[in-house]
Design a protein around this ligand. Structure first.
Ligand code: FAD
Length: 688
């Protein structure tokens, strides 16, 4: 019989042999297309060749060491970016692949996009080259100790001094100190600071200002700026999220970002053509977070699937004397494989969102803001839903790995800790659901008044509420489990549920409920609407990309069938999780609910044979995964043992050549030799 190690390699090879499609055919989907994949793979190879990005001992390092390691990474990253003329997109992939939240991350992910979108052309001419070339290292300083979500309550002020033509930036209280600002603590020399704009005593609300923080000569904090790293966090260990307070810091009037609002020398304020234009930077970041969620889920699935395929535990096959691969237990499949389907659903919605955002960017250059609302609402709704799917799903997949999942060597923990912050930044997830719901509610009210008004495709279903009597009689038309698989039936079911929740929210409001009492309704509705558009996007994207020819080759058919099985899994998992809302008004019958449960079980079974193929399709390198459990070759046990070699507790500093731990003489020996007294039971009168 092969040893457990060899059996693992046999198992992973057997999994690959039974895969019904060619996984490499799907990899480009996750890289954003063939062309990008080629370029991105070349970048990955370049990073792997650079010792400075080596991650072998990363799991053993504390915060200060991780920060110190990150500084040479920053320098080399910028050198290579410059040398190879990387586009912003390539540079972003470079940073994703480094897989450490290096402390200039916010310079490119927030500072530059905000400058590009909110500085005027003249300002960009001056600041742009400095910022693009890292002479200015920037951060985005909005959140304060006292307020994050409630932007209108930010306390930092920018008061115009007409006499000197300057803004005076001030943090009047402790709660007004900027906090959580990535890249601020140690690295940035500039910040885009959100501050309340005040002219002649009048408060015009929060606006962005370019504020120098540190000297460009020697990096010392400038007069009036108190600045420091904010301390340890759940994740993003190498990042210097920071604290800053401004004591009447003076900057030129022209340092206000003036693309959308302007203030003249005379102190005359011009407001933007649309109040939401100022949040363009956030919308862009939310859009990228959708793709980031997909890749993070895919990463967890890769590790969890490969390990569960080689991990044998429990029931023994009497013929082979082999225990069962844990991936064959339905409970394991149920906790890992839906995450695979969510990764696919999310990537398709990411494509949809990217296209909408690109269109919006083209329109806005012509002064057309018609897509602004949709872009804002859908980036918010998808960001909120997909980051939660990822944060929860990755943890569930980690737990599925048993004890080894608790080890950092699993490769499931470091990146997940970092990912967890996505549910909070760029709009706290629960709060974002209010924006989606408010938008749907408004559309509903408009449609009731004007039933023939134009609605964009994802919200067109709201029209079904115009005839409410007919709406409440709608029932799911599926007469068998097979009919439940029909995309149109699924689409209608999700539309009906979301429409009903819109109606109920409207009724609650009509009956006088305060908006702040309707949080739960908003969360429910936003989730229902986003689940609907995700299922639509998955279906449409799949048909557009993989149902390509009327006379498909066997290979194309196999690929389409495989991805359709993942689509079905996503649909039935989501339906099953939300069954109560489909049953609640009688749209689903109890029999249809039972078919849903069965269809979910069947979908898990049909994805299972291809599970390792799907794990391979994402195209992650072993170096990137940095996981003993999820490497391509399946040698999980050997790799777990190998990684212990790097543990500093096993190194010379902590263990001598005889294998004896540091501190033995002083702390352990006295115990073992009875030099610490004998144990005596405590007497009742004891004072302790
Ligand atoms: C790792 C990390 C990096 C960050 N980087 C940056 C950065 O670079 N720059 C920056 O400016 N900020 C940054 N932030 C801050 C981040 O944007 C805020 O934390 C976020 O916007 C949430 O705000 P808050 O922390 O004030 O939460 P709060 O608003 O205090 O929320 C607390 C809770 O109250 C709920 N809540 C709040 N208001 C309402 C309401 N009206 N109705 C119902 N529920 C409500 C929320 O849902 C949440 O559950 C970062 C945060 C993290 C964790």
């Amino acid at each position: 019989m092969p040893s457990a190690e060899n059996q693992q390699q046999l198992d992973i090879a057997a999994e690959r042999a039974k895969c019904t499609f060619d996984p490499s055919q799907l990899t480009a989907l996750f890289y954003g297309g063939e062309e990008k994949m080629k370029r991105f793979k070349a970048i990955e190879a370049m990073v792997d060749r650079e010792p400075v990005f080596d991650r072998t001992d990363r799991y053993f390092l504390g915060r200060t060491e991780r920060f110190k390691r990150a500084l040479p990474m920053v320098k080399r990253y910028v050198e290579l970016r410059n040398e190879h003329g990387l586009t912003p997109e390539e540079a972003a992939h470079f940073k994703v692949y480094i897989d450490d939240y290096i402390p200039v991350h916010l310079h490119e992910s927030m500072f530059l996009p905000v400058l590009r979108s909110q500085a005027s052309d003249e300002q960009l001419k001056v600041w742009g080259p400095h910022a693009e070339n890292y002479h200015y290292i920037g951060c985005y300083a909005q959140t304060e100790l006292g307020h994050g979500s409630a932007l209108s309550r930010l306390e930092t002020t920018a008061t115009l001094d007409l006499a000197t033509d300057q803004w005076v930036i001030n943090s009047p209280t402790q709660s007004s100190a900027k906090f959580w600002i990535g890249t601020l603590g140690k690295m940035a020399n500039h910040a885009v600071v959100q501050a309340k704009l005040i002219i002649k005593g009048k408060d015009y609300g929060s606006h962005p200002f370019l504020v120098p923080l540190r000297s460009l000569k020697d990096h010392t904090p400038l007069p009036g700026v108190v600045i420091k790293d904010q301390g340890p966090k759940q994740g993003a260990i190498s990042m210097d999220n920071g604290y800053a307070r401004f004591n009447h810091v003076r900057i030129p009037r022209t340092n206000m970002l003036m693309r959308f609002s302007q203030v003249s020398k005379e102190g005359v304020y011009s407001k933007p053509i649309h109040p939401k234009l100022a949040y363009g930077g956030m919308t862009a970041v939310r859009t990228t977070l959708i793709n980031h969620s997909a890749l993070s889920m895919a990463r967890a699935v890769t590790i969890a699937t490969r390990y569960s395929a080689v991990r044998r535990q429990g029931n023994v096959d009497l013929k082979t004397d082999l225990e069962t691969q844990v991936l064959d237990y339905p409970a394991v499949q149920y906790r890992i494989l839906p995450l695979l389907s969510h990764a696919f659903a999310t990537i398709f919605s990411g494509y949809w969102m990217n296209e909408m955002y690109a269109q919006y960017n083209t329109d806005i250059t012509k002064g057309d803001t018609s897509l602004l609302k949709d872009v804002h609402v859908y980036s918010s709704g998808l960001k909120s839903y997909c980051t939660k799917l990822g944060a929860d799903g990755i943890e569930e997949a980690r737990r599925c790995l048993g004890g080894h999942g608790f080890s950092l060597f699993s490769g499931m923990i470091d990146f997940h800790r970092q990912f967890l912050a996505t549910v909070t930044y760029e709009g706290e997830n629960a709060l974002l659901t209010q924006q989606v719901s408010r938008y749907l509610l408004k559309l509903y009210k408009d449609v009731i008044r004007k039933p023939d008004m134009h609605l964009s495709p994802p919200s067109r279903y709201i029209v079904s509420l115009v005839n409410h009597e007919r709406f409440v009689q709608q029932r799911c038309p599926a007469r068998s489990m097979a009919e439940l698989y029909h995309p149109k039936i699924v689409q209608k079911a999700f539309q009906h549920r979301a429409a009903r929740l819109i109606f109920e929210l409207a009724q609650a409001e009509k009956q006088g409920a305060q908006w702040s009492d309707l949080n739960l309704e908003c969360m429910r509705l936003s989730k229902a609407h986003v689940q609907y558009i995700m299922i639509e996007n998955f279906h449409n994207g799949l048909e557009k990309r993989y149902n390509v020819s009327s006379n498909p080759t066997a290979e194309q058919e196999a690929l389409l069938a495989a991805v359709r099985s993942v689509y079905n899994l996503h649909v039935f998992y989501t339906l099953e999780t939300e069954l109560a809302e489909f049953l609640e008004d009688g749209y689903f019958s109890p029999e249809q609910a039972a078919w849903t449960r069965q269809a979910l079980k069947d979908s898990l079974k049909s994805v299972r044979p291809n599970a390792v193929g799907f794990a391979d399709c994402f195209g992650f390198t072993d170096k990137f995964l940095n996981s003993a459990l999820g490497s391509y070759d399946g040698r999980a046990y050997e790799r777990m043992a190998e990684m212990t070699e790097y543990e500093p507790l096993n190194g010379k500093e902590m263990t001598d050549e005889r294998g004896v731990v540091w501190g033995y003489e002083e702390f352990l020996r006295p115990l073992i030799f009875g030099e610490v007294g004998a144990y005596k039971a405590r007497k009742p009168e004891s004072k302790l």
